[in-house]
Design a protein around this ligand. Structure first.
Ligand SMILES: [Zn+2]
Ligand SMILES: [Zn+2]
Length: 390
């Protein structure tokens, strides 16, 4: 069978499963589960894969809601990654319900190409993207070691084949001062809140002189208990982001110096902890991105490469992309003025446009799998590009 016929049959498979896939996605949407608690979503997704001939391993990497579904054998081993965690209070405001359904749909629609041409198609369930960087943990525990390519399509407001994502690390800080009556004995107090405010001021000054795309942002999670008591304790959560790992190391130290300086100035004691999870920047495999672009365009979508001047944030797919040739395209499901992580985007993730995006993403992923198994020379090129740019 030729490539075009295989692609047409993959599209046909997705169209035939349109109802099942949209139901699956809507069911996950209306049962939002936070990171590492995605018990229902993982069960529904693995059941769907199992019913369609995939062999399933549940709870891989010692993470109960992570899974691995595989079909076929040998090389190339092509993985489509699924995310399915929701956000606190906002539900599926990042549209991971659509990622999940498009991943299993693409996996199942790739079966014919695998049957005819060989290779392995995997659907890997990766929990807790939003809060805990599930893929960072899975990468450390070897989940992506034997793969040849990895792909994940995220819903958004543009159709893009590539994504700019920043290195990122969290910092938790606490200042310990001394309580005292704020009016009667202010001289006896050490003000932990003022220490925190000084650190913010120092970071705001630093921000004028950092490189483009670097980001520092934080919140105060404890600023004292009563206005008439000198705050003895303050706490905050911060994120530091940079375009590359080297600059993140440098910036982390400069941000920490802002807290150390504030501790010295105020007399409050500083305690801090860097997050265990560190997101790496996303390496886009342009050969893969090109294939995906052509396939999306054949479905009538205008796909662009992302604008390198615009960074989107950080994603744990970055850590996967350091190990395996990867892409993390976006499929548009909402107008540009709607921001992800908003209630409006949560609605879009259950809308007609959301389902349309899910189906197109699944089709383009399955068509890209066809390209990769049908053209060993393209698969080789994907890997060559990965090695050269390392
Ligand atoms: Zn998100
Ligand atoms: Zn997301």
């Amino acid at each position: 069978m030729d490539i075009e016929k295989l692609k047409a049959s993959a599209i046909g498979e997705i169209d035939a499963r349109r109802y099942q896939l949209s139901e699956l996605s809507l069911k996950i949407h209306s049962n939002p589960e936070l990171g590492f608690q995605e018990v229902k979503a993982a069960a529904w997704l693995t059941r769907y894969l199992e019913e369609n001939g995939f062999s399933i391993q549940q709870g891989i990497c010692e993470l109960p809601t992570a899974f691995r579904g595989s079909y076929g054998q040998g090389k190339p081993a092509i993985a489509i990654l699924a995310e399915y965690d929701a956000l606190p209070n906002l539900g599926h405001a990042c549209g991971h319900n659509l990622i999940a359904a498009s991943a299993v749909g693409a996996g199942v629609a790739s079966k014919l190409a695998i049957d005819q041409l060989g290779g392995t198609i995997l659907v890997i369930g990766t929990p807790a993207e939003e809060l805990y960087g599930g893929k960072v943990i899975m990468a450390e525990r070897g989940a992506f070691g034997n793969l040849d390519m990895a792909m994940l399509v995220h819903p958004g407001v543009y159709d893009t084949a590539t994504t700019e994502a920043l290195a990122c690390q969290a910092l938790e800080v606490e200042f310990f001062g001394k309580a005292a009556h704020a009016a009667a004995r202010p001289d006896a107090g050490i003000n932990a809140l003022e220490a925190m405010l000084q650190a913010f001021t120092a970071i705001n000054s630093l921000r004028q002189h950092i490189k483009d795309k670097a980001r520092i942002h934080g919140i105060i999670t404890d600023g004292g208990q009563a206005a008439n008591v000198v705050p003895a304790h303050s706490a905050g959560s911060f994120l530091v982001r940079a375009e590359d790992d080297t600059y993140l190391d440098e910036l982390n130290q400069r941000v920490l110096d802002c807290f150390i300086g504030a501790a010295t100035a105020s007399g409050a004691r500083l305690e801090y902890k860097w997050g265990d999870i560190r997101y790496t920047p996303l390496r886009n495999n342009l050969t893969l991105a090109q294939l995906f672009t052509q396939n999306m365009q054949s479905l009538g979508r205008k796909v662009q490469f992302s604008d390198p001047s615009k960074a989107f944030g950080s994603t744990d797919m970055g850590n996967v992309s350091q190990l395996v040739p990867s892409i993390h395209p976006f499929v548009a499901i909402a107008p540009v003025e709607i921001a992800t992580h908003s209630p409006q985007f949560a609605s879009a993730a259950a809308s007609e446009a959301g389902i349309h995006g899910l189906l197109d993403a699944a089709k383009a992923l399955a068509m890209t799998v066809v390209d990769l198994v049908a053209n060993p020379e393209i698969a080789t090129k994907v890997k060559q590009e990965f090695r050269q740019n390392k």
